[in-house]
Design a protein around this ligand. Structure first.
Ligand SMILES: *[C@@H]1O[C@H](CO)[C@@H](O)[C@H](O)[C@H]1NC(C)=O
Ligand SMILES: *[C@@H]1O[C@H](CO)[C@@H](O)[C@H](O)[C@H]1NC(C)=O
Ligand SMILES: *[C@@H]1O[C@H](CO)[C@@H](O)[C@H](O)[C@H]1NC(C)=O
Ligand SMILES: [Zn+2]
Length: 289
């Protein structure tokens, strides 16, 4: 397995050098400014600070383990049909844990389910009832569990997406829709050129833990609600080192996991993002970190 990872790393580096500006990462976890403002108002009011835990004699941990339920939804039983093998799921977990190593979050595979259902593989997307039907049948674990669904996004609202995720605040009203849906070929060794090192899950798990895109709101306003991710006018594409699209200080955070760069170009969560993830998880997922 380890040697497969190295082969894949070499392959991804080659891909990253072949820039193509007509295609890009697409993630459907966008909020309108109004919705984001409503979410942030709620968060400001109900935020569980570490000091609140301490005052109420509750413990918090420096490291927490998040159970991961991995649901493979495929058109048929072949890898091209979405039935990714266990070794790719293991490699995906390894990348996820590598990328989150500085966050205090570790992810532990709790279960794998496999469902052959072309209707779901093709048509699950961010909108509509198909994804709800899928999640209703497959979701496992509680408020602190990360459910990951791999699908094909070949028709409907999912076409062209690499993934999408619910936000922590949404769990209370809609626990079934909680979780992350990703394109199956984005897992390590998958067929999605430039996006097959497993960082789509890293990115979507960031939304699941309460992060927004650094290009949220463009150059103006509060952006992604994190102070140490410089504002960015538009999403990144490829690996445009040194790009600077806003007059405010700092070059664009193109290496950030929450931007849209190629997988191999991403390597960072900032301290501000880590702090926001912790407070979002404390407030909305009962995870006391
Ligand atoms: C870039 O990707 C698009 C869509 O896949 C493709 O049609 C086009 O030929 C590619 N361009 C280059 C220069 O590779
Ligand atoms: C499996 O599904 C994929 C995706 O729909 C399709 O391209 C492939 O031809 C199918 N293979 C078989 C053996 O049915
Ligand atoms: C894993 O999922 C299967 C299918 O839903 C279920 O039968 C089984 O009990 C689960 N195992 C664990 C350890 O949760
Ligand atoms: Zn996103």
């Amino acid at each position: 397995m380890l040697s497969s990872l190295f082969v894949l790393l070499a392959a991804s580096i080659t891909y990253a050098l072949a820039l193509n500006t007509t295609i890009g990462r697409h993630c459907a976890s966008h909020l309108t400014p109004e919705k984001l403002a409503a979410y942030e108002t709620h968060f400001a009011k109900h935020k569980v600070e570490k000091s609140v835990l301490l005052e109420s004699d509750q413990d918090f941990a420096l490291e927490v383990e998040i159970p991961v339920y991995f649901h493979v939804v495929s058109a048929n039983s072949t890898v091209e049909g979405g039935n990714i093998p266990d070794w790719q799921i293991a490699a995906q977990m390894a990348i996820l844990n590598l990328d989150y190593h500085a966050t205090g979050l570790t992810f532990k595979l709790a279960n794998i389910t496999r469902t052959v259902k072309a209707g779901w593989f093709n048509a699950v997307g961010p909108d509509g009832t198909t994804q709800t039907a899928m999640k209703k049948q497959l979701r496992q674990g509680g408020i602190d569990a990360l459910n990951v669904y791999t699908v094909g996004f070949t028709s409907g609202s999912g076409v062209g997406q690499l993934g999408f995720s619910a936000f922590p605040i949404e769990y209370a009203d809609d626990p079934i829709d909680d979780g992350v849906v990703i394109l199956f070929s984005t897992v390590p060794g998958g067929a999605k050129t430039n996006y097959n090192f497993g960082r789509t899950l890293t990115h979507e798990a960031g939304h699941w833990a309460g992060l927004y895109h650094p290009f949220q709101g463009g150059c103006d306003g509060v952006g992604d609600e994190v102070d140490d991710t410089p504002a960015e006018a538009v999403a990144s594409f490829g690996c445009p080192i040194g790009r600077d699209t806003c007059p405010s200080p700092g070059v664009d955070p193109i290496h950030n996991y929450m931007d849209y760069s190629y997988d191999i170009c991403m390597n960072q969560f900032t301290p501000g993002q880590i702090s926001r993830m912790h407070s979002q998880l404390r407030t909305y997922r009962n995870i006391t970190i």
